[in-house]
Design a protein around this ligand. Structure first.
Ligand SMILES: Cc1cc2nc3c(=O)[nH]c(=O)nc-3n(C[C@H](O)[C@H](O)[C@H](O)COP(=O)(O)OP(=O)(O)OC[C@H]3O[C@@H](n4cnc5c(N)ncnc54)[C@H](O)[C@@H]3O)c2cc1C
Length: 494
């Protein structure tokens, strides 16, 4: 029987590996981890087959969209960790950090021209599709991208999901098959060729190895042309930090997820999205960790199709079912949508009913109108909204429940839905450490009706789009401590 993982492979150009190539090149772009990574595993497989050394290349541009100190630090902390681990394991690592926009141009072409074959990450959003398409055009050796994003391979679906329900039905049919072909925990352990790869001197002369820069991140990042108003956060961009968070969550907090996840005062969600976004941790290993808590007579092989129903598929308690539904169904709905829809970030991609109802209410009077700057600085009349925005500015995240309210209010307080969308994309992608992800677009477009249905009664501005108010949030969820904390002078702008 064919492997389900064949759906993870994207052969971008034909041809055979170059027998004279000096190494197999793994270009690590977004799934920035050395463990549970199908792409790295595939590159190791080719290195073994061709009996060539492996070169791992990881870079950061100076001018990626929404570039800030915050994202730069997070990325570079992860690279410093890779540098240490790969030195210890004697695998050649070439970290490159652009110091001025455009300086890195030509480096991938040069590295690729000396390779036998190039492997990289398949990813359906942000700048990766363009990066991969550009390299595909210029590569003279086979270029293959591997999808290591989720439990179900992107190519398993035939079209963009229209709702979490429709995607959940596919998950329930395919989960057992996909979960039974996991990525290897430590793919580098299987690397046979022991001689290190030699990085071309012509590359190192023009594009210096970033090793020394990774020793003093503050100094290097401080000089870059990135947004310095959006500063470093406490969360560290390392795999070590991701694993610590996962263990604490799964073993100490998961049992309260069902009950407490919507209460900002409790803040009992996993907080794993930043590390998931940068690929520091894989959803496979999180699911594996959650399954380690299941009773001895439980096995994933027993799971049966559940016709898309939200609860009961995993035969687990409410907290576990709820968490796995977010991590698998909700997270991957966004990935599969972006994979099938190049216009995933465009207003036009909204369902027709949503565009129609928003259009019907275009001339409704807006009770408040705020500029982008007022929103960014958390200067609205609404203390809940300001607290959420203050948390986002300072910590790079917003509590999950309040993130929905935060988005809905921007739709209400801007002149038209297109402006609201533009502001939300910018606010989210500048400040949120998990921003620029397929789920940034799931969450933001959900505000305008994507993956949702029409609701009644029809309301001003929103029409049939689901409506949320700060007043009902105040009565439904516990947030007194949250408001005290994020509207205090320490966090707030007032
Ligand atoms: C306006 C708006 C913007 C958003 N922007 C982003 C974003 O930039 N990046 C991002 O990863 N998520 C985004 N989300 C989705 C969701 O808010 C976050 O994934 C979640 O809050 C992350 O916190 P957590 O890791 O503690 O989640 P948990 O509740 O612990 O869930 C575990 C994982 O499941 C996934 N997940 C959870 N909820 C959702 C959801 N509603 N949709 C999709 N995946 C989900 C995430 O990968 C998350 O890490 C947005 C939602 C809204 C309403």
């Amino acid at each position: 029987m064919a492997s389900i993982n064949q759906h993870r492979k994207f052969e971008r150009n034909g041809g055979n590996p170059n027998p004279d190539g000096r190494y197999v090149l793994y270009w690590m772009q977004i799934n920035r981890r050395l463990h549970y990574n199908y792409a790295l595993e595939y590159a190791v497989g080719w290195a073994n087959k061709l009996d060539k050394p492996l070169l791992i290349y990881e870079a950061v541009r100076a001018d990626y969209p929404w570039a800030s100190e915050r994202t730069h630090h997070f990325l570079l902390e992860g690279m410093a960790e890779h540098q240490q681990e790969l030195a210890r394991r004697k695998v050649t690592y070439y970290p490159y950090l652009e110091d001025e926009p455009g300086h890195g141009k030509g480096l991938m072409k040069l590295l690729g021209s000396k390779a036998a074959i190039v492997i990289s990450d398949e990813y359906p959003a942000y700048i990766m599709p363009q990066h991969n398409a550009a390299f595909e055009r210029q590569s003279s050796v086979p270029f293959i991208t591997i999808d290591s994003n989720g439990i179900l391979p992107l190519n398993l679906t035939e079209k963009a999901p229209t709702s979490a329900f429709s995607y959940r039905k596919i998950v329930q049919k395919q989960f057992v098959k996909c979960y039974s072909e996991p990525p290897q925990a430590d793919p580098l352990a299987g690397l046979k060729h022991s001689t290190p790869a030699v990085i071309p001197t012509s590359a190192l002369q023009k594009w210096p190895h970033a090793g020394w820069r990774l020793q003093d991140l503050q100094k290097f990042v401080g000089r870059l042309p990135v947004n310095h108003d959006i500063g470093k956060i406490e969360m560290e961009g390392t795999r070590k930090a991701a694993l610590e968070r996962m263990h604490t969550f799964v073993h100490e907090e998961l049992h309260r997820y069902g009950e407490d996840r919507n209460h900002p005062d409790e803040d009992k969600t996993s907080k794993l999205s930043p590390w998931l976004h940068f690929g520091k941790i894989s959803s496979h290993e999180i699911v594996e960790e959650v399954f380690s808590l299941m009773p001895a007579n439980w096995s994933p092989d027993q799971l049966e199709d559940h016709q898309g129903k939200r609860r009961g598929f995993f035969n687990a308690d409410e907290s576990t079912e709820g968490f796995l539904d977010e991590l698998i169904t909700w997270r991957e709905t966004g990935f599969h949508f972006c994979h099938h829809r190049e216009d995933y970030d465009q207003y036009e991609s909204l369902p027709d009913w949503a565009k129609q109802t928003l259009n019907d209410h275009l001339s409704d009077e807006r009770p408040y109108i705020y500029s982008y700057e007022e929103l960014a600085q958390a200067q609205t009349h609404d203390e809940i909204w300001n607290a959420a925005q203050n948390q986002l500015r300072q910590e790079g995240r917003i509590h999950n429940y309040l993130r929905m309210l935060w988005g809905k209010k921007v739709l209400e307080w801007t002149p038209d839905p297109q402006t609201a969308l533009e502001y939300l994309i910018d606010l989210n992608n500048w400040y949120a450490i998990d921003g620029r992800d397929p789920n940034s677009y799931s969450g933001i477009f959900w505000i305008f009706g994507r993956f949702d249905r029409a609701w009644g009664p029809e309301r001003p501005i929103f029409g049939k789009i689901r409506y949320m108010t700060s007043k009902s949030a105040q009565s439904k969820v516990r947030l007194k401590k949250y408001l005290g904390r994020y509207n205090s002078p320490l966090f707030g702008s007032q």
